[in-house]
Write a protein that binds this ligand. Structure first.
Ligand code: XMP
Length: 604
């Protein structure tokens, strides 16, 4: 059946995704559209929501979007930046000023369908520099906020005849206490959408769609063993029966300790062992990565080798003519959609050219392509997949390859003359010792890839102080995107880069360190609290004894678009420090204390 749908115009990654998730929770299928999409792309929708953005409406930023959406005869709701754009488009004024930050009380002077069922004062959440100071003809103020007794006008605006509305606050975040009700009022009442989308429905329809697409053919699915490929496998098995499903697991040599064996065992337990194929391609990957140190180059090689290996293996097994199954999820499709806004922060390898060509030929089955991670997990639960499989930490496709930093043994001190004085001054103020490290890691600043230096901080300070120091340093010191906190106690005079490449020995060392960290998280009851915890091997010697630096990065996150460092309890940190330092080849241990942005979750 066809579902009523809402388009969410994406002016800024995480906001748009959050809106879409919340609308889906109301039972209405929300889909992300790009601001420059042609008007035809907006025709199937019963309403449009324009997201917030890091851009400033008052400065005319991000103006080259498709304004023909305003000519469509469907309701439109703008949130934050979207609110300001609607005000401006219909003759109102937006200025740079009137900034509000955090919770605010929204006063709703008169009843309106958007606020049906809510009180006269509602707590909302603000995060804006620009404000609407006047509205055009036909528009009126539906709500204002009071901060320190001073009104901030036009916190909510609307024109019922045009069916255009705007909220200065973020109705999509949980801190807007009744934000979901406001979105429900817009989507169900004002747009008139029928809620028909649920996971149960999705499951029935997905099974039907798979059967139709596959017909009498078979599917072969690449399975890393992560949540997405596991759910995709069980779903395809449900639709086609295990006899028509071939699973291929490739050990790329960059897996965690004992991982491939466990993955194979799990698929057998899930009743999918009938055509379960395995290839140990570790040697092929290692050979291809020999002597390579540059992160994007490593990613490209891992991606290309993966395609070569799976094609050759499929030929050998005689399954190459089957349709190719992939566990691609919704954000993967969006993020590789080639939008003008998306800078290549990291190359993900689920949409390489050869696979795109197969998609065009209709030879690819992607049964999860419309779902978010939380929805994939919910679907997995409906399919009866055990909880511990569904709640495993995400693991990137290129595996430990992006957690094993490589170096030619040459210091990279680009921009140190500019960074060092600023860092010395700040560190003094913060009461911490700071060392700029002569290597770089990937980060993201203002939505752009930032390949910059980490800073090692040494000293005792409460957790909140450490986080504040990391935020200040990455903000104020040019060329720095990451801070790590030294767990070994003494402040090193220098950090010396070691010549280090992708080798079996280094991979084994990283595997051991990673296994220790995972075990500590489990035994201390932290595994489920933490969203992901990369363990990274950094070829830097902090003292005369040599040995590499191991960095642990526990974070919390909802969608991986943003992340916060997790406050690790002392006992768990101490156990990690002690056990990892005892590994031969390790000379230092540190904790990554940077949010995303400015540092990405992975180091490469
Ligand atoms: P970053 O490092 O960009 O990572 O903050 C965000 C999330 O994506 C995962 N990640 C990947 N996953 N293929 C994947 O399947 C990749 O190439 C890849 N790179 C990063 C990362 O582990 C985190 O969860």
């Amino acid at each position: 059946m066809s579902h009523d749908r809402i388009a969410v115009v994406d002016f800024g990654g995480q906001y748009a995704h959050l809106i879409a998730t919340k609308v889906r929770r109301l039972g209405v299928l929300a889909e992300i559209r790009q601001p420059e999409d042609p008007i035809e792309a907006f025709l199937p929708y019963k309403g449009i929501i324009i997201s917030g953005s890091p851009s400033l409406s008052s400065h005319g930023e991000d103006q080259d979007y498709n304004k023909a959406i305003y000519d469509l005869d469907v309701p439109i709701l703008g949130l934050c930046f979207g609110h300001q754009e609607i005000a401006k488009h219909y003759g109102g004024e937006v200025i740079h000023g009137g900034r509000e930050w955090g919770p605010a009380d929204l006063h709703i002077p008169e009843e309106h369908p958007l606020f049906r069922g809510l009180g006269p004062v509602e707590q909302v959440w603000m995060s804006h520099y620009d404000s609407v100071v006047s509205v055009g003809p036909g528009f009126r103020e539906l709500g204002y906020t009071l901060t320190g007794g001073k009104p901030h006008r036009f916190a909510a605006i609307g024109s019922d005849s045009l069916r255009r509305y705007g909220f200065q606050f973020h109705a999509e975040v949980d801190d807007t206490v009744h934000g979901t009700e406001m979105l429900r009022n817009f989507v169900l009442e004002i747009c008139g959408c029928r809620p028909s989308w649920s996971m149960e429905r999705y499951l029935e329809e997905a099974v039907e769609r798979i059967r139709q697409q596959v017909g009498n053919e078979s599917v072969f699915l690449l399975v890393s063993g992560g949540v997405d490929s596991t759910v995709a496998a069980v779903l395809l098995g449900r639709a086609l029966g295990p006899g028509r499903l071939h699973l291929l697991h490739i050990d790329n040599g960059l897996m965690r300790k004992n991982e491939s064996a466990q993955v194979l065992a799990r698929f057998r337990e899930l009743g999918l062992g009938e055509h379960l194929h395995f290839v140990d391609a570790g040697a092929t990957f290692l050979k291809a990565l020999e002597g390579v140190v540059e992160p994007e180059e490593k990613r490209r090689i891992i991606g290309d080798t993966f395609v070569e290996v799976f094609q050759a293996t499929a030929e050998e097994l005689g399954i190459a003519h089957h349709l190719l199954g992939q566990g691609t999820i919704y954000p993967d499709t969006i993020e590789t959609g080639g939008t003008r806004r998306a800078d290549v922060i990291k190359t993900h390898h689920n949409r390489v050219p050869i696979i795109e060509e197969m998609i065009r030929q209709g030879k690819v089955v992607e049964p999860l392509a419309e779902l978010y991670k939380v929805e994939v997990r919910e679907l997995g639960e409906r399919l009866g997949i055990p909880q511990d499989l569904l709640w495993r930490h995400p693991f990137p496709g290129p595996g430990l390859g992006v957690r094993l930093l490589c170096n030619r043994g040459e210091p990279d001190c680009t921009g140190f003359e500019e960074s060092e004085p600023a860092l010395a001054r700040l560190a003094g103020e913060l009461g911490l010792q700071a060392l700029l490290l002569p290597i770089r890691s990937v980060g993201v600043k203002a939505d752009l890839r930032a390949y910059e230096h980490p800073v090692l901080l040494t000293g005792e300070a409460p957790w909140e102080e450490l986080l504040r120091a990391a935020t200040l340093i990455t903000k104020e010191v040019p060329g720095v995107n990451r801070c790590i906190w030294n767990l070994t106690g003494h402040h090193p005079a220098r950090a010396t880069p070691l010549a280090a490449y992708v080798t079996p020995e280094r991979l084994d060392l990283l595997r051991e360190a990673d296994a220790i960290v995972t075990e500590v998280l489990r035994t201390h009851g932290l595994y489920d609290e933490i969203w992901q915890c990369p363990t990274v091997l950094v070829p830097l010697a902090l003292g005369p004894e040599g040995g590499e630096l191991v960095v642990v990065r526990p974070i919390t996150s909802e969608r991986a678009m943003t992340a916060r460092p997790y406050p690790m309890p002392k006992a768990a940190l101490e156990e990690i420090r002690r056990r990892v330092l005892a590994l031969p080849g390790v000379g230092g241990v540190a904790l990554d204390i940077t949010s995303k942005p400015p540092a990405t979750i992975e180091w490469e």
